[in-house]
Design a protein around this ligand. Structure first.
Ligand code: WT7
Length: 640
């Protein structure tokens, strides 16, 4: 029996038991089986959730790109590593073989070195979904630079905050990007962001839309001429197991995004292992994850996990509805995709369209369907199962987080019986717990609680960049000796888990993790706004949408409310990005607060969700009359 590839349900149980009984032995065997180590580890694991400090494979030396690329050259040199499908279906797809990927990553790595980037330097990557995004990410890893990929839908302010937080020396960008029928001026956003970023010395610019952009002398350099001159060999930097591999920002409950730090060896082992098992990847499969590499899903399951397994991974530049709503299925058909991994919000949007968009295409190559990012509701699950999988493809509902680095709870396809809306069992090596309000672990089944993890796993984030205290407070202080996920979950009679949603001030909109505080901070920047509070409410396609309660300053009260709504959304777009725009904005004279001045979001949430029958006790509020005012305004059907 190989620990690396699970093939039967009984084996899953055995392996999971073993991984709990002897976690070090279990992960040691996995690590031995499939990777190139320049030096073996001295110790598999040391950990302390109090500090918190976790180290995996201490003493080992390796380079992750050697494992993701070099190792495959002998037997898979000609095999497609990255299959790039452009935004415009008329533009030809690009098949980048492992050999070509090797050369292109090395050339890029040499360019980085020539530009003065060294091991440990931070490099910000702000690129659309074009091959340079994957290649530059790997090039950083090749030379031991720490990449910080920022999703290219983020605004200039969001970009500059992230660049400054981790002190990036360089930004890798493109002139612009294609998104459906639109072109976006990315370089303009970078220029605006960099006005606030004195630490950035160099901007490398890839050409994508061939627009006429301004290049700032001494700072901005066209990428291609540098690549053309660069050598195709670049010795990998030999890294320690616990050297940082990348920083990736995620929203939190306060204004500053959290730069989650992932390290090298554990992340590699875990993403490789979970990719293999959750997608049951076989040698000639064509795997496609529709996420953007700007999110953790793209890091772990477009780039590192698939490449560590020598897989063919599709990278799609475009959007699901361009040129029409059949695009995903056209791509599945064209490239004979075998594993398809997407988000519930996309599934819900696709399900609203005419079935003809699906039926025109041959989807018989599909073997496994995946879902990630938010709870998948029953209707969406069935639509996916019936119309895309034709009831023959298991759906893997994968639960995980930016912080966990890899998939934590998921069925193993063809082994674990699936159940709509349930992510089912923890993967091997993962020890979950449900905690009650009093901070005790709940041991029985058929209950719900707060989802925690009680034992370290190799790909967990090790800290928040520059703020270990916040790391400890956010994840390790709610429950003693537990990593707290921020999610609620239910465990059924057989031990399957169903994630019920966030229990903190994070709202998941279209699969994007949005903290309420940064949005409120942005709104409060408007000169007419005194205070605001954001809550989520259910939305057909997005899962959740945002509802804002806004108190105006006296000066703002006489202004036209519709104009104010537009301006508020404009400010949010500038500060965070269009994904954080509010669907509803209600102006109010006050917000319900506790006597200690804390906004009672629970009440605001109920009003937004139209659950006003059961608001609970409001008499202890500082200002109960405000609740009545807000409800009256809703009832009066005022435009919101
Ligand atoms: C939050 C993490 C990890 C990839 C993308 C999101 C929610 C994620 C599921 C799922 C229910 C899910 C959780 C989690 N979530 N997957 N299968 N079922 N909820 O990463 O942006 O760090 O968000 O997404 O609430 O805590 P992220």
């Amino acid at each position: 029996m190989s620990n690396y590839h699970i093939k039967h349900l009984e084996e899953y149980f055995q392996i999971h038991r073993k991984s709990v009984r002897d976690p070090e032995g279990f992960w040691e065997e996995v690590a031995e089986e499939h990777f190139i180590w320049r030096k073996r580890w001295d110790k598999v694991l040391s950990w302390d959730f109090e500090k918190p400090e976790v180290k995996w494979f201490e003493g080992a030396k390796l380079n992750i790109t050697e494992n993701c690329i070099d190792r495959h050259l002998r037997i898979r040199g000609e095999k497609t590593a990255i299959l790039f499908e452009p935004n415009d279906p008329k533009e030809e797809a690009e098949h980048i073989s492992y050999q070509q990927l090797y050369e292109r990553v090395n050339q890029f790595a040499n360019v980085l070195k020539d530009q003065g980037i060294k091991k440990g330097d931070r490099v910000c990557i702000y690129l659309p979904m074009i091959p340079e995004l994957a290649i530059s990410t790997l090039a950083c890893a090749r030379i031991g630079a720490i990449h910080s990929v920022v999703f290219a839908g983020f605004s200039a302010t969001a970009l500059s905050t992230r660049i400054n937080d981790s002190d990036c020396k360089m930004v890798i960008a493109s002139d612009g990007s294609y998104r459906g029928s639109k072109t976006i001026d990315l370089k303009g956003i970078v220029d605006e962001a960099l006005e606030e970023c004195p630490g950035v010395e160099t901007v490398l610019v890839a050409k994508r839309i061939h627009s006429d952009i301004e290049m700032k002398e001494d700072r901005d350099k066209w990428l291609q001429p540098l690549l053309d001159k660069a050598d195709t060999e670049c010795e990998p930097e030999i890294m320690d197991a616990e050297d940082p591999l990348f920083i990736l920002y995620t929203s939190g409950s306060t204004g500053m995004p959290k730069g989650m730090v992932h390290t090298t060896a554990g992340y590699m082992v875990y993403t490789a292992y979970t990719f293999k098992n959750v997608f049951q990847y076989r040698e000639n499969d064509v795997y496609w994850c529709t996420a953007d590499i700007g999110w953790i899903t793209g890091h772990s399951y477009i780039v590192y996990g698939p490449l560590a397994n020598g897989a063919t991974t599709v990278m799609f530049e475009g959007v699901p509805n361009y040129p029409d709503w059949g695009r995903f299925w056209e791509i599945v058909d064209k490239h004979k995709v075998t594993q398809f991994y997407t988000a519930p919000t996309a599934i819900r949007a696709l399900a609203k369209e005419n079935l003809e968009c699906v039926e025109k295409h041959d989807l018989s190559s599909l073997k496994v369907l995946g879902s990630v990012g938010e709870p998948i509701n029953e209707e969406a699950w069935h639509w996916y199962n019936d119309n895309i999988g034709k009831k023959k493809c298991p759906i893997v509902d994968t639960w995980w987080q930016t912080e966990t680095g890899g998939i934590m709870i998921s069925p193993i396809p063809y082994l674990t019986p699936t159940k709509p809306t349930y992510a089912t069992f923890p993967l091997p090596g993962i020890q979950l717990s449900l905690m009650d309000e009093k901070g005790e672990e709940i041991t029985e089944n058929q209950v719900d609680g707060r989802l925690c993890i009680k034992f370290p796993w190799p790909s967990m984030a090790r800290t928040i960049w520059g703020n270990h205290k916040r790391y400890k407070e956010t994840y390790f202080s709610t429950y003693k000796n537990q990593y707290f996920t921020g999610d609620g979950a239910l465990r059924d009679e057989v031990g399957y888990y169903r994630i019920t949603g966030r229990v903190d001030d994070v709202i998941i909109v279209s699969g994007h993790n949005l903290g309420t505080a940064p949005i409120e901070d942005a709104i409060n920047e408007h000169q007419a706004v005194a205070e605001s509070a954001i809550v989520g409410f259910p939305h057909d396609i997005k899962g959740n949408a945002l509802y804002g309660y806004v108190i105006l300053k006296e000066s703002g009260e006489s202004r036209n409310h519709d104009n104010l709504r537009k301006e508020i959304n404009q400010i949010i777009t500038e500060h965070i990005g269009p994904i954080a725009k509010l669907d509803k904005i209600q102006f109010t004279s006050g917000l319900p607060k506790t006597r200690s001045g804390k906004i009672m979001r629970r009440i605001l949430r109920k009003i937004a969700c139209n659950e006003t029958d059961n608001l609970g006790d409001t008499s202890t509020l500082l200002n109960p009359e405000v609740v009545q005012e807000i409800m009256d305004n809703v009832l009066k059907n005022l435009k919101i």
